[in-house]
Design a protein around this ligand. Structure first.
Ligand SMILES: [Fe+2]
Ligand SMILES: [Fe+2]
Length: 246
């Protein structure tokens, strides 16, 4: 329950994403974890009630999932793109902030490895997202419009020449989750009370991101791509038949 008098550290222990949402509002977790929500809002000139409403709707949004098996393919793509946007604009900056400020912790020996590996993961991940949107999502949306006769055959044929869905499928997510290396370094995000509060926050944030990426990759690999391949087969057969008839 979010109330103005609650301590930020306590709230974030219950739900690490509150730390991310506060971060998006300019309230940095590591500076304000010992403050109450009301005190932190006052320091930033924010109205606590407005902040609580914003946090509540953000938490609801975090819980939102879709039934990708039955929704139209264009809605599934839009949802995945929205998730990409959230990853890039909100999730990555928060995790980057936590890792950047992480100090050596005597309880673990991987802090410097994590600081070195995380920026590489982030760079690859952002590139993966942009490639996905520029190639596969674009091709799938075109296929979807083509099935409804909203695209001319030559445009679709050109997209087939430029992009192969099956080779994308074979190379997509060599491991289902791009954060696998970070999971291994941090010993499965294992955390305990003996760790510094900062390290505990970081591990929780990484674990929650990892789990969300698993859900995301599952929608892409097991729902969106198989549906797109079916569409592609149908359209290829249609194009071949049309060409033969002409
Ligand atoms: Fe994706
Ligand atoms: Fe992906």
């Amino acid at each position: 329950m979010l109330t103005p008098r609650r301590n930020i550290a306590e709230l974030v222990r219950e739900n690490i994403l509150l730390g991310q949402h506060l971060f998006s509002l300019g309230i940095k977790l590591l500076d304000y974890s010992n403050y109450t929500l009301e005190e932190a809002c006052k320091k930033h000139g924010l109205n606590p009630e407005v902040v609580i409403n914003t946090l509540e709707s953000a938490v609801q949004n975090d819980k939102h999932s879709i039934d990708a098996e039955i929704l139209p393919i264009s809605v599934v793509v839009r949802y995945l793109k929205h998730k990409h946007f959230e990853f890039v604009k909100k999730r990555l900056p928060f995790v980057r902030y936590l890792i950047h400020n992480l100090r050596d912790d005597l309880s673990v020996d991987y802090v410097s490895d994590l600081k070195m590996v995380y920026p590489l993961f982030e760079e690859d991940f952002i590139q993966h997202i942009y490639e996905e949107e520029d190639t596969v999502f674009r091709h799938i949306l075109l296929l979807n419009r083509s099935v409804k006769n909203m695209v001319n055959i030559s445009e679709m044929y050109y997209s087939f020449e430029k992009f192969s869905l099956s080779s994308f499928v074979n190379n997509h997510h060599k491991h289902p989750n791009e954060m696998e290396g970070i999971r291994q370094i941090t010993l499965n995000f294992n955390s305990c009370e003996a760790y510094s509060q900062q390290l505990q926050y970081t591990l929780k944030a990484l674990k929650s991101f990892y789990e969300e990426l698993e859900v995301h990759a599952n929608i892409e690999d097991n729902i969106l791509l198989p549906r797109a391949i079916e569409l592609e087969k149908k359209q290829l057969a249609f194009i071949k038949k049309t060409i033969r008839q002409n």
